[in-house]
Design a protein around this ligand. Sequence first.
Ligand SMILES: [Fe+2]
Ligand SMILES: [Fe+2]
Length: 209
Amino acid sequence: MNNKQKSLIDSFIDEIQYGLEAIYSNNVPKNHNQNTIELNKQQKLQSERIMRINHMGEICAQALYRGQAAFTKEAKIKSQLYKICDEENHHLELCNLRLIELNGKKSTLNPLWYSASFALGALAGLNENKWKLGFIEETEKQVKDHLEDSIALLPIEDSRSKIFLEEIAEDEEKHRGTVKDIGSEEIPELVKKGMGIFSKIMKKITYHI
Ligand SMILES: [Fe+2]
Ligand SMILES: [Fe+2]
């Protein structure tokens, strides 16, 4: 086995480890305060569903960025993608924390969502045309819109989830700006619509499991 094959296998194993860690770890942000908000059963259930969907979204964000970064040749873009992915990790930790506090369950289909998103990211990374970053830009935009809908659906009493989602939404807007700065171009309307339909299906399923 030559060195190139060896390093390919190493990268493959690294990616599997990273994915498993993202999907199954219960890491939470350091120095977080203790939750003191009391919710009734119905409010708790609604918050859990919303936070499960957002947790799944952050799982997908990890996979998308990892997939695209792994297959992107340009060093500058690659390092920016890894940097954003790192920031996305904080979102995942916030969602972990809130789900733990709510005694909520993560989506059982997260391995599937991660794999599908990694594959999409890889495709975007291998794509050398002008839309290679547009896909991420559109994702960040749709996530931001989705977060606003999520906040509106939260029980009014759950100000803690609201604060977390607002913080995440602010970052997603920044990410969108960053990919724009490094040269993203708007993707065709039809692709945007397709992404919207696909994410609606994922959200519908994750609402329940
Ligand atoms: Fe995020
Ligand atoms: Fe983001």
